[in-house]
Design a protein around this ligand. Structure first.
Ligand code: GTP
Ligand code: MG
Length: 242
């Protein structure tokens, strides 16, 4: 049986490690990630006969590669392409936390949103309309309390459905201004020509428009695309920024 991989992403302090520990117990180890000084824990568990490897990514407020933590989390999702990325959100500050969720939803459609600290939200009288969130965002949503171990089965049910391909989320696209959308459309075919479809072309185009000059070399290294072409697309990215 093939082990499936789950990445836990989320803002700092949303309970990722608490969930990770609840799922993996003693079956875990930490290690430095690809020579960086960021430690990430990896662990294993089984649910309904399916084996999972789960990675506790560093907590970040965004995935734009402004810090080593952000770069490590971003690269894991983009390069390792886990079967499911679970975004752990704090139920008591959903609006702020959804920012990161939307960023992940631009990177992959294999996403489950896990709204944690539901015990705390209930105590504060915060009600969360899961059905509405799922409908608006186009991805499965589960509410849990990692600390009190509430809702874990419901979460794993959704993770299992996405991991097996039984459920294919369709994240609601974020539509930018017409100007940006036109630039995305212009860049996308070049991104596909250079990198194929291994990485989401729209996301790569957005990062180029954002001036992320290191991205192409990061993405092309596994496949060994010629550097000249990488430079070519970078120029396109820069040209369309100004
Ligand atoms: N009330 C409540 N507290 C929780 C819950 N889950 C986690 N916590 C608490 O939230 C705090 C942060 O939890 P962590 O698991 O360390 O959060 P994290 O996301 O791993 O944090 P970083 O690694 O810094 O990004 C701890 O004090 C936890 O005990 C929950 O379901 N309910
Ligand atoms: Mg942690």
């Amino acid at each position: 049986m093939m082990e499936k991989t789950i990445a836990l992403a989320g803002n700092p302090n949303t309970g990722k490690s608490t969930l990770f520990n609840a799922l993996t117990g003693l079956s875990q180890h930490t290690g430095n990630w690809a020579g960086k000084t960021v430690t990430m824990a990896a662990g294993h568990f089984e649910y309904q006969g399916q084996a999972y490897r789960i990675i506790d990514l560093p907590g970040t407020y965004s995935l734009y590669s402004n810090s080593t933590d952000e770069e490590v989390a971003r690269n894991y999702i983009i390069l390792e392409q886990p079967d499911v990325t679970v975004v752990v959100l704090d139920a008591t500050s959903l609006e702020r936390n959804l920012n990161l969720a939307l960023q992940v939803m631009e990177m992959t459609n294999r996403v489950v949103l896990c709204i944690n600290l539901i015990d705390e939200a209930m105590r504060l009288g915060v009600r969360i309309d899961v059905a509405k969130l799922q409908e608006r965002l186009g991805v499965p949503v589960a509410t849990i309390s990692a600390r009190k171990k509430i809702g874990i089965d419901g979460l794993l049910e959704k993770v299992g459905q996405v991991a097996s391909g039984q459920l294919i989320p369709e994240p609601a696209p974020i539509v930018y201004s017409r100007e940006i959308e036109e630039k995305i459309k212009m860049l996308e075919p070049h991104v596909v020509r250079l990198l194929g479809n291994r990485f989401p072309p729209r996301w790569v185009a957005l990062r180029l428009l954002d001036g992320d000059t290191d991205l192409i070399s990061t993405l092309k290294s596994p496949a060994g695309a010629p550097a000249a072409e990488a430079g070519e697309v970078m120029q396109l990215g820069n040209a369309s920024c100004h």
